[in-house]
Design a protein around this ligand. Structure first.
Ligand code: PAJ
Length: 252
């Protein structure tokens, strides 16, 4: 596996022929990321994983500074998963002095409401990564269903010829969706967090809200993304968790 730090080196490393698959991540890799890497490995000739904690998608006061980072561990996991190129640039390589052009997805509701500017940061970094790596396929997790929705619309609106694959949410044995932020939870907080998947699995917003009674809930709502889902976001201490469960028989 080659580790690449600059845009120029990334462009030079990309093979000319064959299918290039990109898995964008912010690192602190877990089984959810590994499922994306496995799918990319099975379907592409060259697998690129990006590792970049994108400050632009964190609103001020959010957890950018305490976001878990361990590049050595991530590199080991990526290599074991068969990644060919790990693209891990420093921040000023992607946002050099003078940077001021943004993609504005104009998304509303749910995450867009509680994280102002979040999807602008996500769409901008994704478009930059797509332009730098020039993948034919990109891999995203259903765990962030609204992110998939926003990126798919950007691909359509801006006429990008890229095939987006969405992989199902990978959960730990206790039902909690894998998330890099789970590492920030104390054992007691993790126990409380289990209420989120349990609530969403009822498929019923009113019942879900009852099961989350006493917790700090940002929203619980049915959302019509590519699939109809029951989505929720809660705060446990200083950690914010999101999850969603597809509503059966309502695939659109
Ligand atoms: P990150 O949170 O690292 O997630 C990278 C990818 O892994 C996303 O597509 C996300 O949906 C997927 N993922 C996370 N948890 C998952 C789980 N439990 N099961 C399946 N897939 C899961 O999402 C981002 O980074 C960033 O916003 C990014 C797209 C990299 C742009 O900065």
């Amino acid at each position: 596996m080659r580790i690449v730090r600059t845009v120029a080196e990334m462009r030079a490393s990309r093979p000319q022929g064959g299918t290039v698959g990109l898995v964008p991540t912010m690192g602190a890799l877990h089984a959810g990321h590994e499922a994306l890497l496995q799918a990319a490995r099975a379907e592409c000739d060259c697998v690129v994983m990006s590792l970049f904690v994108n400050e632009a998608q964190f609103a001020s006061g959010e957890d950018f500074a305490r976001y878990p980072r361990d590049e050595e561990r991530d590199a080991r996991i990526a290599e074991a998963a068969g990644v060919d190129i790990l693209f891990a640039p420093p921040a000023d390589e992607l946002y050099p002095p003078g940077f001021r052009t943004w993609v504005e997805p104009n998304e509303e509701g749910l995450e867009a409401e509680f994280r102002p500017g979040h999807f602008r940061g996500v769409a901008t970094i994704c478009l930059k990564l797509f332009n730098i790596v020039r993948p034919q396929r990109v891999y995203f997790g259903q765990k962030d269903a609204q992110q998939v929705h926003v990126v798919l619309r950007m691909l359509r609106d801006l006429n990008l010829d890229i095939d987006l694959r969405t992989l199902p949410t990978v959960r730990d044995a206790d039902g909690l969706a894998f998330s890099s932020r789970n590492a920030l939870l104390t054992p007691e907080e993790r126990e409380l967090a289990l209420a989120l998947p349990r609530a969403l699995q009822t498929g019923d917003p009113a019942l879900a809200r009852e099961l989350l009674d006493g917790l700090d809930v940002d929203y619980v709502a049915i959302a019509d993304f590519e699939q109809r889902v029951l989505a929720g976001a809660i705060r446990i201490g200083s950690t914010r968790l999101i999850d969603n469960v597809p509503l059966e028989g309502e695939t659109r």
